[in-house]
Write a protein that binds this ligand. Sequence first.
Ligand code: TTP
Length: 544
Amino acid sequence: MEEAHLNRIVAHVDLDAFYVQVEVQRDPSLKGKPAGVVQYNPFGDLRTIKPEEPRIFNDSNGSLIAVGYEARASGVKRSMRGDEARKHCAELQLIQVPTSHGKADLTIYRNSGSKVVDILSRKSICERASIDECYIDITAEAQRRLTASSGQPAMPISPRQVHVCGQDSGAQGWWNRADQDWGPGERLLACGAAAVADLRAQVLAELGYTCSAGVAHNKILAKLASGMHKPMQQTVVPAAATASLLHDLPIPKLRQLGGKFGEEIMSKLNISTVGQLAQTPISKLEALFGDSDAAWLHTLAQGHDADEVKPRTLPNSLSCGKTFRGAGALNNFPDVHHWLGQLGLELEERIQTDRAANKRLPQLLTVSMWHTVAGKGTVDWRGNGSSASRSCQLRSPQAAPIADDALALVKKWAADYPGWHLTTLFLAASNFVAAPTGGSTLARFLKPRSAVSQADADEDASAGKVEAADAPAVPPPGQETSKLPPSRLLSISSAITPSHRKVPKRSVDQLGLDAPLVLDHSEDQLDPTVLAALPSAMQRFEAP
Ligand code: TTP
């Protein structure tokens, strides 16, 4: 690793069994008991269950979306159904997620995640990556500690919670080395690790939540390390340990290569590990993937990652979705409109809350769909499904126009898919601008973005088809932004809105307000964070 990269200390912080911790905090009678959080029954009672209502349903057969560590010790795993989980652990406490608008309401978890971010941000640059994880750049604090310690890094407060990659004899041996044994950047890394340990202790002291972390010189390695020792532990990755860490790592384990591109690499090169990728001559990578992807892959496989931690404590998009399984798949517009209305209500509430807290408003509405076509396999988002996304100007942050505009986008898309069935619907509001203050007017809210253009009315929707890989049972609460090479981003962009035909730019006023303004995404207009908020499989697009 080049020395310049060793001057940066990055951590990936991940809350342990997050939803369970939130529930235990809310109901201390659960403390120390084996517990899990279950999804609501999509075929059963869809009434609203507020967070403060009784939500322990120990006979639930719902699917577990979070499992506490006490329950894991008895063999309970995520995705098990209640009945199966109880066979492993008869005393299992099952808490159902709160519901509203006929779907899970994740507000309590989201708010708890924000409180953690507030604490981490006190001593670091913090980039929120999902509902319960973030990257922090802790370099400045590490530098301060290094200077204060006259170059002699102090051991973190709880050595038992700290591990160092490649140090079988334990972290203490690494910290207590002779002066001459410290490599470049290692003292700074040690100080950063101590700072991260203190931040984790602070989160525990103030909020009662435990978290785990990976501490390294870049995001990729920090992310890889954070899951190595859980719960309530952290793992440090010295540069010298990078090659052995990556050597046998399966390629899909690198977050950037977890999708179709990773599969393509493995099949075209007939390899399976990051170590093998690192040994592949760059000329071979260039021949197969082009110069830009090849250069990116080459550095990635060596464990280099120049991606900076972006100061972002607020999400770049607000999103919500719902899955319609099996016979529940939607196949008519009134049903689609109904559910867009429900999603619209949640989006409206969240836009209002976000506006009050952060003085901003979104300008772009994106509707994403998983779909199958009748006669082509079972109605299932796994295997046979495809996905598509369409965007328009968010003309009013209220449920009814949101639902109407989203429906117009779905109708336009559906015209090319006779026999369609929707198995997931997902709405996202993004592209925030400062909210108008004082004499707020609709016109000011609708101030068009300079780069917005109207897509050709005859957009070739079929080219917008995207391949589905797999999908989680529920749209996850938030997804980490994928770091994709530029050409991958371009293919995502093309996949979402295929039409790049040049059309005259017109202002929103000229277009009128009754029709959604369909955007022609170009590379620089596409907001990757909208994609990041989508179910993971929706983020894996193939160029049309
Ligand atoms: P994770 O961080 O993946 O897992 P976790 O925090 O429960 O456990 P760990 O200690 O192993 O990190 O997910 C964070 C929360 O997101 C989790 O508590 C529940 C929710 N979630 C879902 O709702 N659906 C999913 O498919 C996943 C993976 C998570």
